[in-house]
Design a protein around this ligand. Sequence first.
Ligand code: NAP
Length: 274
Amino acid sequence: MSAQVKEQVAKENKELLAKGITPGLAVILVGNDPASRVYVNNKKKACEFVGFKSEEFALPATTTQEELLSLVEELNERRDINGILCQLPLPKGLDENAVIEAISPLKDVDAFHKQNVGRIMIGDYDFLPCTPAGIMEMLRAYDIDADGKNCVVIGRSNIVGKPMGMLLLHENGTVTICHSHTKNLSEITSKADILVAAIGKAKFVTADMVKDGAVVIDVGMNRDENGKLCGDVDFENVKEKCSYITPVPGGVGPMTIATLMKNTLKAAKLQNNL
Ligand code: NAP
Protein backbone atom coordinates (compact mmCIF):
# COMPACT_ATOMS: atom_id res chain seq x y z
CA MET A 1 0.00 0.00 0.00
CA SER A 2 2.76 2.44 0.87
CA ALA A 3 4.36 1.74 -2.52
CA GLN A 4 1.05 2.48 -4.23
CA VAL A 5 0.68 5.79 -2.37
CA LYS A 6 4.22 6.80 -3.29
CA GLU A 7 3.66 5.83 -6.93
CA GLN A 8 0.56 8.03 -7.01
CA VAL A 9 2.55 10.92 -5.50
CA ALA A 10 5.32 10.39 -8.07
CA LYS A 11 2.72 10.47 -10.84
CA GLU A 12 1.12 13.69 -9.59
CA ASN A 13 4.56 15.18 -9.03
CA LYS A 14 5.33 14.83 -12.74
CA GLU A 15 2.76 17.59 -13.37
CA LEU A 16 4.62 19.90 -11.00
CA LEU A 17 8.01 19.02 -12.47
CA ALA A 18 6.63 19.82 -15.92
CA LYS A 19 5.77 23.29 -14.61
CA GLY A 20 9.32 23.74 -13.34
CA ILE A 21 8.39 23.13 -9.70
CA THR A 22 10.37 20.58 -7.68
CA PRO A 23 8.80 20.07 -4.24
CA GLY A 24 11.42 20.41 -1.52
CA LEU A 25 11.42 18.81 1.92
CA ALA A 26 13.83 19.96 4.62
CA VAL A 27 14.54 17.46 7.38
CA ILE A 28 16.26 18.66 10.54
CA LEU A 29 17.99 16.07 12.68
CA VAL A 30 19.62 17.15 15.93
CA GLY A 31 22.01 14.79 17.72
CA ASN A 32 22.83 11.21 16.86
CA ASP A 33 19.90 9.06 17.95
CA PRO A 34 20.28 5.87 15.82
CA ALA A 35 16.52 5.32 15.40
CA SER A 36 16.02 8.93 14.24
CA ARG A 37 18.87 8.45 11.75
CA VAL A 38 17.07 5.42 10.25
CA TYR A 39 13.78 7.36 9.95
CA VAL A 40 15.52 10.32 8.31
CA ASN A 41 17.28 8.05 5.80
CA ASN A 42 13.96 6.41 4.92
CA LYS A 43 12.35 9.81 4.37
CA LYS A 44 15.23 10.80 2.11
CA LYS A 45 14.85 7.60 0.06
CA ALA A 46 11.11 8.19 -0.32
CA CYS A 47 11.78 11.75 -1.56
CA GLU A 48 14.17 10.38 -4.18
CA PHE A 49 11.56 7.82 -5.25
CA VAL A 50 8.79 10.36 -5.80
CA GLY A 51 11.07 13.00 -7.34
CA PHE A 52 11.27 15.60 -4.55
CA LYS A 53 14.34 17.49 -3.50
CA SER A 54 15.25 16.58 0.07
CA GLU A 55 17.66 18.59 2.11
CA GLU A 56 18.98 17.24 5.37
CA PHE A 57 20.28 19.42 8.18
CA ALA A 58 22.19 17.18 10.58
CA LEU A 59 23.07 19.30 13.59
CA PRO A 60 25.18 18.30 16.60
CA ALA A 61 23.52 17.57 19.95
CA THR A 62 25.20 20.73 21.26
CA THR A 63 23.04 22.92 18.96
CA THR A 64 21.39 25.76 20.87
CA GLN A 65 17.73 26.68 20.75
CA GLU A 66 18.62 29.96 19.01
CA GLU A 67 20.61 28.18 16.30
CA LEU A 68 17.77 25.73 15.69
CA LEU A 69 15.14 28.46 15.53
CA SER A 70 17.24 30.52 13.20
CA LEU A 71 17.56 27.54 10.81
CA VAL A 72 13.77 27.08 10.89
CA GLU A 73 13.31 30.80 10.13
CA GLU A 74 15.67 30.52 7.18
CA LEU A 75 13.79 27.48 5.82
CA ASN A 76 10.44 29.24 6.30
CA GLU A 77 11.69 31.97 3.96
CA ARG A 78 13.08 29.69 1.24
CA ARG A 79 10.82 29.32 -1.78
CA ASP A 80 12.43 26.03 -2.84
CA ILE A 81 11.51 24.39 0.47
CA ASN A 82 7.82 23.46 0.74
CA GLY A 83 7.88 21.18 3.77
CA ILE A 84 9.90 21.37 6.97
CA LEU A 85 10.12 18.69 9.59
CA CYS A 86 12.21 18.40 12.68
CA GLN A 87 12.83 14.80 13.71
CA LEU A 88 11.65 14.23 17.28
CA PRO A 89 12.62 13.67 20.03
CA LEU A 90 15.11 16.51 20.32
CA PRO A 91 18.08 16.16 22.66
CA LYS A 92 17.47 17.31 26.25
CA GLY A 93 17.59 21.06 26.75
CA LEU A 94 15.88 21.91 23.45
CA ASP A 95 12.26 23.03 23.49
CA GLU A 96 10.30 20.87 21.02
CA ASN A 97 7.16 22.97 21.25
CA ALA A 98 9.02 26.18 20.43
CA VAL A 99 10.54 24.53 17.36
CA ILE A 100 7.19 23.15 16.19
CA GLU A 101 5.55 26.56 16.63
CA ALA A 102 8.37 28.24 14.70
CA ILE A 103 7.70 26.16 11.57
CA SER A 104 5.39 27.98 9.18
CA PRO A 105 1.95 26.25 9.35
CA LEU A 106 1.99 26.23 5.53
CA LYS A 107 5.17 24.12 5.55
CA ASP A 108 4.23 22.01 8.58
CA VAL A 109 3.97 18.68 6.73
CA ASP A 110 3.91 16.77 10.04
CA ALA A 111 0.81 18.78 11.07
CA PHE A 112 2.14 19.35 14.58
CA HIS A 113 1.76 23.16 14.65
CA LYS A 114 -1.05 24.25 16.97
CA GLN A 115 -2.78 26.05 14.10
CA ASN A 116 -2.93 22.79 12.14
CA VAL A 117 -3.87 20.78 15.25
CA GLY A 118 -6.79 23.17 15.85
CA ARG A 119 -7.92 22.83 12.26
CA ILE A 120 -7.90 19.04 12.61
CA MET A 121 -10.10 19.33 15.71
CA ILE A 122 -12.80 21.11 13.71
CA GLY A 123 -12.31 18.93 10.63
CA ASP A 124 -11.13 21.72 8.29
CA TYR A 125 -7.49 20.99 7.48
CA ASP A 126 -4.85 20.95 4.77
CA PHE A 127 -2.50 18.51 6.49
CA LEU A 128 -3.07 15.52 8.74
CA PRO A 129 -0.33 14.06 10.94
CA CYS A 130 1.39 11.33 8.94
CA THR A 131 1.01 8.33 11.26
CA PRO A 132 -2.73 8.61 12.02
CA ALA A 133 -3.50 9.66 8.44
CA GLY A 134 -1.59 6.66 7.08
CA ILE A 135 -3.57 4.40 9.40
CA MET A 136 -6.89 5.85 8.22
CA GLU A 137 -5.80 5.26 4.63
CA MET A 138 -5.05 1.61 5.44
CA LEU A 139 -8.48 1.19 7.04
CA ARG A 140 -10.17 2.70 3.97
CA ALA A 141 -8.17 0.50 1.60
CA TYR A 142 -9.31 -2.63 3.43
CA ASP A 143 -12.93 -1.42 3.64
CA ILE A 144 -12.77 -1.22 7.41
CA ASP A 145 -15.35 1.36 8.38
CA ALA A 146 -15.00 2.97 11.82
CA ASP A 147 -18.62 4.15 11.73
CA GLY A 148 -20.39 3.03 14.89
CA LYS A 149 -17.45 0.83 15.92
CA ASN A 150 -15.81 0.72 19.33
CA CYS A 151 -12.41 2.24 18.64
CA VAL A 152 -9.80 2.12 21.38
CA VAL A 153 -6.50 3.97 21.13
CA ILE A 154 -3.80 3.21 23.70
CA GLY A 155 -1.59 6.27 23.99
CA ARG A 156 -2.40 9.98 24.06
CA SER A 157 0.66 11.64 22.54
CA ASN A 158 0.19 14.76 20.43
CA ILE A 159 1.75 13.05 17.43
CA VAL A 160 -0.12 9.74 17.44
CA GLY A 161 -2.71 8.95 20.13
CA LYS A 162 -4.71 12.18 20.28
CA PRO A 163 -4.95 12.86 16.53
CA MET A 164 -5.66 9.15 15.94
CA GLY A 165 -8.65 9.37 18.27
CA MET A 166 -9.83 12.52 16.52
CA LEU A 167 -9.63 10.99 13.03
CA LEU A 168 -11.57 7.90 14.16
CA LEU A 169 -14.15 10.24 15.70
CA HIS A 170 -14.43 12.15 12.41
CA GLU A 171 -15.29 8.77 10.84
CA ASN A 172 -18.06 8.28 13.44
CA GLY A 173 -16.22 5.78 15.58
CA THR A 174 -17.03 5.62 19.29
CA VAL A 175 -13.59 6.43 20.60
CA THR A 176 -11.87 5.66 23.90
CA ILE A 177 -8.34 6.94 24.47
CA CYS A 178 -6.37 5.06 27.12
CA HIS A 179 -3.11 6.04 28.84
CA SER A 180 -0.94 5.11 31.77
CA HIS A 181 -3.59 6.18 34.31
CA THR A 182 -6.37 4.12 32.70
CA LYS A 183 -7.93 1.61 35.07
CA ASN A 184 -8.86 -1.88 33.85
CA LEU A 185 -7.15 -1.43 30.51
CA SER A 186 -7.75 -5.01 29.32
CA GLU A 187 -11.46 -4.69 30.01
CA ILE A 188 -11.59 -1.66 27.69
CA THR A 189 -9.32 -3.03 24.97
CA SER A 190 -11.15 -6.35 24.84
CA LYS A 191 -14.30 -4.50 23.73
CA ALA A 192 -12.52 -2.78 20.84
CA ASP A 193 -13.55 -3.49 17.26
CA ILE A 194 -10.58 -1.37 16.17
CA LEU A 195 -7.61 -1.28 18.53
CA VAL A 196 -4.68 1.07 17.96
CA ALA A 197 -1.57 0.60 20.10
CA ALA A 198 0.74 3.63 20.34
CA ILE A 199 2.51 3.04 23.62
CA GLY A 200 6.20 2.40 23.01
CA LYS A 201 6.39 -0.84 25.03
CA ALA A 202 7.45 -4.07 23.35
CA LYS A 203 4.66 -6.67 22.98
CA PHE A 204 2.51 -4.87 25.57
CA VAL A 205 -0.82 -5.85 23.98
CA THR A 206 -1.35 -9.56 24.56
CA ALA A 207 -3.98 -11.89 23.08
CA ASP A 208 -6.18 -11.76 26.21
CA MET A 209 -6.56 -7.98 25.69
CA VAL A 210 -7.99 -8.37 22.18
CA LYS A 211 -11.55 -9.19 21.08
CA ASP A 212 -12.08 -12.01 18.60
CA GLY A 213 -12.11 -10.62 15.08
CA ALA A 214 -10.79 -7.17 16.07
CA VAL A 215 -8.72 -4.98 13.76
CA VAL A 216 -5.38 -4.33 15.43
CA ILE A 217 -3.09 -1.49 14.39
CA ASP A 218 0.38 -1.52 15.88
CA VAL A 219 2.18 1.84 15.88
CA GLY A 220 4.96 0.89 18.30
CA MET A 221 8.60 0.71 17.29
CA ASN A 222 10.55 -1.10 19.98
CA ARG A 223 13.41 -3.53 20.41
CA ASP A 224 12.62 -6.90 21.97
CA GLU A 225 14.81 -8.84 24.40
CA ASN A 226 17.01 -9.94 21.45
CA GLY A 227 17.34 -6.43 20.07
CA LYS A 228 14.95 -7.20 17.20
CA LEU A 229 12.53 -4.53 15.99
CA CYS A 230 9.00 -5.20 17.29
CA GLY A 231 5.74 -3.41 17.92
CA ASP A 232 3.55 -2.78 20.95
CA VAL A 233 1.51 -5.87 20.12
CA ASP A 234 2.46 -9.49 20.74
CA PHE A 235 2.01 -10.17 17.02
CA GLU A 236 2.47 -13.97 17.02
CA ASN A 237 -0.31 -14.61 19.53
CA VAL A 238 -2.64 -11.74 18.66
CA LYS A 239 -2.66 -12.54 14.93
CA GLU A 240 -4.55 -15.78 15.65
CA LYS A 241 -7.39 -13.86 17.24
CA CYS A 242 -7.94 -10.77 15.13
CA SER A 243 -9.31 -10.23 11.62
CA TYR A 244 -6.54 -7.82 10.57
CA ILE A 245 -3.25 -6.83 12.13
CA THR A 246 -0.39 -4.59 10.98
CA PRO A 247 3.12 -6.03 11.33
CA VAL A 248 6.19 -4.29 12.73
CA PRO A 249 8.30 -3.64 10.75
CA GLY A 250 6.44 -3.18 7.49
CA GLY A 251 3.09 -1.78 8.64
CA VAL A 252 2.40 1.67 10.00
CA GLY A 253 6.00 2.90 9.52
CA PRO A 254 6.09 2.79 5.69
CA MET A 255 2.55 4.25 5.51
CA THR A 256 3.71 7.15 7.70
CA ILE A 257 6.48 7.97 5.24
CA ALA A 258 4.18 7.60 2.23
CA THR A 259 1.77 10.06 3.88
CA LEU A 260 4.63 12.49 4.46
CA MET A 261 5.21 12.43 0.70
CA LYS A 262 1.51 13.18 0.11
CA ASN A 263 1.63 16.09 2.54
CA THR A 264 4.77 17.53 0.95
CA LEU A 265 3.19 17.35 -2.50
CA LYS A 266 0.10 19.11 -1.16
CA ALA A 267 2.25 21.79 0.50
CA ALA A 268 4.08 22.41 -2.80
CA LYS A 269 0.77 22.65 -4.67
CA LEU A 270 -0.77 25.05 -2.13
CA GLN A 271 2.33 27.26 -2.06
CA ASN A 272 2.24 27.48 -5.85
CA ASN A 273 -1.51 28.14 -5.95
CA LEU A 274 -2.16 24.87 -7.79
P1 NAP B 1 4.77 8.62 23.77
O1 NAP B 1 4.71 10.09 23.51
O2 NAP B 1 5.81 8.08 24.66
O3 NAP B 1 3.34 8.17 24.30
C1 NAP B 1 3.10 6.89 24.79
C2 NAP B 1 1.70 6.81 25.33
O4 NAP B 1 1.52 5.51 25.86
C3 NAP B 1 1.43 7.80 26.48
O5 NAP B 1 0.21 8.46 26.27
C4 NAP B 1 1.41 6.93 27.71
O6 NAP B 1 0.50 7.36 28.73
C5 NAP B 1 0.91 5.60 27.14
N1 NAP B 1 1.30 4.51 28.00
C6 NAP B 1 2.53 4.23 28.47
N2 NAP B 1 2.50 3.15 29.27
C7 NAP B 1 1.21 2.76 29.31
C8 NAP B 1 0.53 1.71 29.99
N3 NAP B 1 1.17 0.88 30.78
N4 NAP B 1 -0.79 1.61 29.81
C9 NAP B 1 -1.47 2.45 29.01
N5 NAP B 1 -0.87 3.47 28.33
C10 NAP B 1 0.45 3.61 28.51
O7 NAP B 1 4.91 7.83 22.40
P2 NAP B 1 4.45 8.14 20.90
O8 NAP B 1 5.32 9.20 20.34
O9 NAP B 1 2.99 8.30 20.82
O10 NAP B 1 4.87 6.78 20.21
C11 NAP B 1 4.35 5.52 20.62
C12 NAP B 1 5.08 4.41 19.91
O11 NAP B 1 4.87 4.55 18.51
C13 NAP B 1 6.59 4.43 20.08
O12 NAP B 1 7.06 3.09 20.07
C14 NAP B 1 7.09 5.15 18.84
O13 NAP B 1 8.41 4.78 18.50
C15 NAP B 1 6.12 4.66 17.83
N6 NAP B 1 5.90 5.55 16.69
C16 NAP B 1 5.91 4.95 15.46
C17 NAP B 1 5.65 5.72 14.34
C18 NAP B 1 5.64 5.06 13.01
O14 NAP B 1 5.69 5.72 12.01
N7 NAP B 1 5.53 3.74 12.96
C19 NAP B 1 5.40 7.09 14.45
C20 NAP B 1 5.39 7.66 15.72
C21 NAP B 1 5.63 6.86 16.84
P3 NAP B 1 0.72 8.74 29.54
O15 NAP B 1 0.32 9.82 28.59
O16 NAP B 1 -0.19 8.61 30.69
O17 NAP B 1 2.17 8.79 29.89
